[in-house]
Design a protein around this ligand. Sequence first.
Ligand SMILES: [Zn+2]
Ligand SMILES: [Zn+2]
Length: 181
Amino acid sequence: MLVVVSSLLRQAVGTRIRFEISESPIAPGGENAGLIASGAHSVDATLDAIHTDPGVLVEGTATALIKGQCSRCLKDCLTRVHTEFAEQYYATVDVVNGAPRLDPPAEAQTIGSDFRIDLTPLVAEELILATPFAPLCRADCKGLCLACGADLNLGPHAHEDRTDPRWKKLGTLEGFHADRE
Ligand SMILES: [Zn+2]
Ligand SMILES: [Zn+2]
């Protein structure tokens, strides 16, 4: 998620530029590839880059489909995740004359001499935080039968023989002894 801000930084403080980023599925070799590490299959993001005194404030929202496994039926599923993000990026080089600017605060995100901001680490982290711990393939997933593991979403399911399989085995043994006598 690369955003080029050189033209924005040449405009008045307060100017904002909107960026729309949409990719489905995310290309493994593309500029959004870093999002795949967060489990994202596709991403739609809308963000504003705003020229501020120290640099560029980026604020926006992202919706992504995250690959996962349903916590009830264990099938692969995609979970829709929505997140909001905002981050101040500090310009370290003056866009007009190339002169170095005041040192940004420690731990601050910076904009280098290429005037590109890579939002991938920020958005990837937000998506991970927004991803549910126990995803569901659908809200009313019926899960698996506790006795035989059958997928209960596929239809009505009942066990006619309620005998515990261990007792069944014992029954065969008794029959065996009976035959010998
Ligand atoms: Zn499920
Ligand atoms: Zn069953």
